[in-house]
Design a binder for this molecule. Structure first.
Ligand code: ADP
Length: 282
């Protein structure tokens, strides 16, 4: 048997069909970890959670970027107040950075003359654009590139999950039963694609009464424990419905959000990622 061109193993013999080819061919450049943030269902606060995760990691002194793959509902530049234009260089496009923590962002909204205009594209065009967001963007050295996945389990999230060497996926859910059901589909998709499930963030989990500080389950009891048990992943955090956060989102100032559990979220993610990479190496 001749040596395989892709993985150099003399016992492989698979040539172009070599299962190691994609991984071997992928140049991660200066990015240490690729983490997808998905939800299955829209409206649970996936983009807000991606932005908060980036803020929490950046506050730990880490270099963070966000690839906004939610092409038809891009909100990352708005949430983080990223307004600087894209700069093109011979090496590729330079992603602009958020004003306070320098979180680098690439999003279709930075390419549109009018960010309010919709992107009415079919799957293959979206898939191409997402590929360009990696191939033609100079991300520089990053500890984390977070990928804000489009909701659902269709073409666009599938493209991202298959074309980037994801180190893991974070699932965002809310306590509604419907959100849980659809998040399960996203978990199954990750499992089918061999992407490690790093954990669940339950957003809009409860409301803190401003008068007495008591927590109220606005959307009913949490389902997060069921998900974590079923898929063997940790609960990374639970975040309340917080009018202060909604205001900061609208003002593009998510970087200023303070919540006592935010650093814990970053720490839980880093721990889960380390555990996943140890498991992967076994
Ligand atoms: P998704 O990405 O799941 O569609 P977004 O993250 O874009 O949802 O959230 C939509 C809006 O919901 C945000 O702009 C913000 O105003 C609000 N929001 C999200 N999470 C919270 C929260 N925990 N508390 C208050 N408002 C929130």
């Amino acid at each position: 048997m001749s040596e395989c061109q892709s993985c150099s193993s003399s016992s492989c013999g698979e040539g172009d069909a070599c299962p190691n080819q994609a991984e071997k061919a992928f140049d991660k450049r200066g990015v240490r970890s690729f983490i997808a943030v998905g939800s299955g269902k829209g409206g649970v606060g996936k983009s807000t959670t991606t932005a908060l995760l980036a803020v929490a990691l950046a506050r730990r002194g880490l270099q963070v970027g966000i690839l906004d793959a939610d092409v038809t509902g891009p909100s990352i530049p708005k949430l983080l107040g990223v307004r600087d234009p894209l700069v093109g260089t011979t090496g590729g496009m330079l992603p602009p950075a958020s004003p306070q923590l320098g979180i680098r962002v690439m999003s279709v909204n930075l390419l549109l003359d009018d960010p309010a205009k919709p992107v009415v594209w079919r799957g293959p065009l979206i898939a191409n654009l997402l590929k360009q967001f990696w191939d033609e963007v100079e991300w520089g050295n990053l500890d984390y590139l977070l990928i804000d996945l489009p909701p659902g389990t269709a073409d666009a999230p599938l493209t991202v999950m298959q074309s980037l060497p994801l180190d893991g996926m974070v699932l965002v859910t809310s306590p509604q039963g419907l959100a849980e059901l659809i998040v399960e589909k996203a978990c199954h998709m990750a499992e089918m694609l061999d992407v490690p499930l790093l954990g669940v963030v339950e957003n809009m989990s409860f409301v803190r009464c401003p008068a007495c500080g008591q927590s109220l389950d606005l959307f009913g009891p949490s389902h997060a424990a069921k998900l974590t048990e079923r898929f063997g992943m940790p609960l990374l955090g639970r975040f309340p419905v917080d009018p202060a956060l909604a205001l900061l989102c609208d003002a593009g100032r998510v970087e200023e959000y303070e919540d006592k559990d935010l650093d814990e979220l970053a720490s839980a993610l880093e721990t889960s990622l380390k555990e996943a990479s140890v498991k992967g190496a076994d």
